[in-house]
Design a protein around this ligand. Structure first.
Ligand code: NAD
Length: 338
């Protein structure tokens, strides 16, 4: 039951969708509906059970509210999870999902997330206008740019580096975001180390950016000034934190902390953690631009401001003697008026 769930945080609506014909089973959670509605990705995963799906959607929709709040853009946090294998993701199921989203009359706008892509969104679009991230858009471009601004800002305050020239950044995962981040870093004269489970991709990015290739299981413990996780989430846990060699972690991977306790572990280890939902906000800023909510100039300005927002989070954490996750959440909650 959602009201009693440990992740329930006064979510405004939690909707269960079932479509017998297509096999669709989905949950959409609207944490806060603000301004233009609640916007967030549609995640397709073969969840073990409905409880696991509910936990994920409650947590992810809340994180989206924080992310939107800290960008100052007029959206609230929402998220959909579909209990599905990739094989079950048929056009019929995607269209059924489109009808469910449409029934919310714009209170929720869906977008691609783990397990879904732009071409899936065009099938969803056959049934509803309330979908973003259609083919032709690539949010990894603004995400990488915003992350680069965050890295530059944190290098300045934490490492005292006036420029990124000669700073060493270890990038874990060089796909859409990580690969583009490396291009920005290379241009700024950063010493780059890269790792990817796709070794051909790691080699290609290394060649292009003059980076050193590190084994995927070594990258997080590789000596560097900044470790930038840009692969999968939940990589920061008790064991991995104990092995981190960089004094700063600043990357785009969503939900980096395996548990909320890990923010405290990073703090205790003297490691500055840049909350992922602050530094990866470039994707939603780019999405807002694609939807016509802001123009290109405002988009660029807001991508730069990610660096300043991160500095505010770090300074608040210092002033209030809390970890950076807690500081960012306090800031977001104030913006939400809570
Ligand atoms: P992607 O799939 O294009 O790239 C991820 C890369 O990580 C792949 O090349 C993959 O081979 C590699 N990888 C996977 N496991 C690895 C491991 N254990 N070690 C090293 N490499 C590994 O995804 P992306 O769009 O670049 O997104 C990266 C992360 O950033 C994800 O966590 C995503 O949720 C988050 N994020 C992305 C966006 C966006 O706009 N794309 C926005 C916000 C957050």
């Amino acid at each position: 039951m959602a009201f009693d769930h440990p992740e329930f945080d006064q979510h405004e609506e939690v909707l269960w969708f079932n479509d017998k014909d297509s096999g669709l089973r989905a949950i959409t959670a609207l944490h806060r509906v603000r301004g233009r509605g609640a916007l967030g990705g549609i995640r397709f995963l073969p969840y073990a059970n409905a409880e696991a799906a509910l936990t994920d959607v409650l947590r992810l929709s809340r994180a989206m509210s924080y992310k939107w709040a800290l960008t100052g853009l007029p959206f609230g946090g929402g998220k959909s999870v579909v209990i599905s294998t990739q094989q079950a993701k048929t056009p019929g199921l995607l269209r059924a999902l489109g009808r469910c989203i449409d029934s919310l009359n714009g209170r929720y706008v869906g977008a691609p997330d783990v397990g879904s892509c732009a071409s899936d969104m065009s099938v969803v679009r056959e049934e509803t206008q309330f979908v973003a991230g259609l083919p032709g858009s690539d949010t990894s471009v603004p995400t990488a740019k915003g992350l680069f601004h965050a890295i530059a800002a944190v290098a300045k305050t934490t490492l005292g580096a006036d420029s990124l020239e000669g700073v060493c950044v270890a990038v874990q995962g060089v796909g859409g975001v990580g690969g583009r981040l490396c291009d920005h870093l290379a241009q700024a004269g950063v010493k780059i180390k890269v790792a990817d489970v796709d070794s051909a991709l790691a080699n290609a990015v290394a060649l292009r950016c003059g980076a050193e290739v590190i084994a995927p299981d070594q990258i997080s413990s590789e000596p560097a000034d900044i470790f930038s996780p840009c692969a999968l989430g939940a990589g920061l846990n008790e064991q991995s934190i104990a092995c981190l060699a960089a004094p700063v972690v600043c990357g785009a991977a969503n939900n980096q902390l395996a548990t909320p306790m890990d923010a405290q572990r990073l703090e205790a280890a003297g490691i500055t953690w840049a909350p992922d939902y602050v530094v990866s906000a470039g994707g939603i800023i780019g999405g807002a631009c694609e939807m016509g909510e802001i123009d290109q100039a405002s988009c660029e300005q807001r991508l730069q401001e990610i660096g300043q927002t991160l500095l505010q989070v770090l300074s608040r954490a210092r002033d209030e003697q809390v970890n950076t996750d807690e500081a960012a959440q306090r800031m977001a909650r104030e913006i939400l008026g809570e």
